[in-house]
Design a protein around this ligand. Structure first.
Ligand code: APR
Length: 230
């Protein structure tokens, strides 16, 4: 039974109305990474960072999964081998679509983290710099998302999945951010067949056995139907 390991990026949530980072007009065209997605930026102006994530959290709670999220949940439920979904996204659309045990390597907008004691709790819809940690009471609450310069979550587990993968799939990622950008190469070393599904060729297209270009809500269901029907 083939083990399928899937990496998703912002492109899978684009058709659910959530902006990507590096497309024209994307988040990084409108915000400076160093201001809103680094520990230094948070230390400098926590209110600005909270406003940035509060806006994304409000959008994410209103967003609905699209056929690509639904197809992956269907694959997990129906495939006779293991299907592991690793996402760079901080929205919860995979879970809303019914996916199980999703690995959020960059954290989640729905989570809050204490910068003083590492306590974690369910984030309120809007967070602010005065929010106190429910455990240590420090006014050091931050979104539980991984910023540039920080280590992504569950990397040891992810590496094991990549080494065991028979098929590795990347959906909706530009392949510009490491370590996720290196996942296809690691899966290749383990002998995996690699499939990229993206709106356009990415920085890592050369790492794949095949690339299927198109909108995720169109190409992902087609691929899932092939896998389940095979
Ligand atoms: N269907 C499929 N792919 C799409 C769609 C769509 N409807 N719309 C956009 N894409 C593709 C784009 O062509 C692009 O290659 O999705 C990719 C999005 O790339 P990025 O915006 O760079 O997002 P991502 O690769 O997920 O970024 C990785 O960078 O800023 C950090 O932490 C952030 O997790 C993020 C990481």
């Amino acid at each position: 039974m083939r083990k399928i390991v899937i990496l998703t990026g912002a492109g899978i949530s684009a058709e659910s109305g959530l902006g990507t980072f590096r497309d024209a007009g994307g988040l990084w065209a409108r915000h400076r990474i160093e201001d809103v997605a680094t520990p230094e930026g948070f230390a400098r102006d926590p209110a600005l960072v909270h406003r940035f994530y509060n806006a994304r959290r409000a959008q994410a709670v209103e967003a609905r999964p699209n056929p690509a999220h639904a197809a992956l949940a269907r694959l997990q439920a129906a495939h006779d081998g293991e299907v592991v979904i690793i996402t760079q996204n901080v929205d919860g659309l995979h879970e809303t679509a019914g996916a199980q045990n999703v690995i959020h390597m960059h954290g989640m907008l729905s989570g809050a983290l204490c910068a003083a004691c590492d306590a974690r709790w369910q984030a309120p819809l809007a967070m602010g710099p005065g929010d106190a940690c429910p455990v240590c009471a420090a006014r050091a609450a931050r979104p539980d998302v991984v910023w540039f310069g920080e280590i992504p979550y569950r990397m040891v587990e992810i590496g094991q999945h990549l080494d065991e993968a028979d098929v590795f799939v990347a959906i909706g990622t530009s392949g510009q951010v490491w370590p996720a950008a290196g996942f296809a190469q690691q899966a290749a070393r383990g002998g995996a067949w690699r499939v990229e599904m993206n709106l356009e060729p990415s920085d890592i297209t050369g790492d794949f056995s095949e690339t299927r270009l198109g909108r995720a809500s169109e190409v992902v269901p087609v691929w899932v139907a092939e896998v389940l029907g095979a």
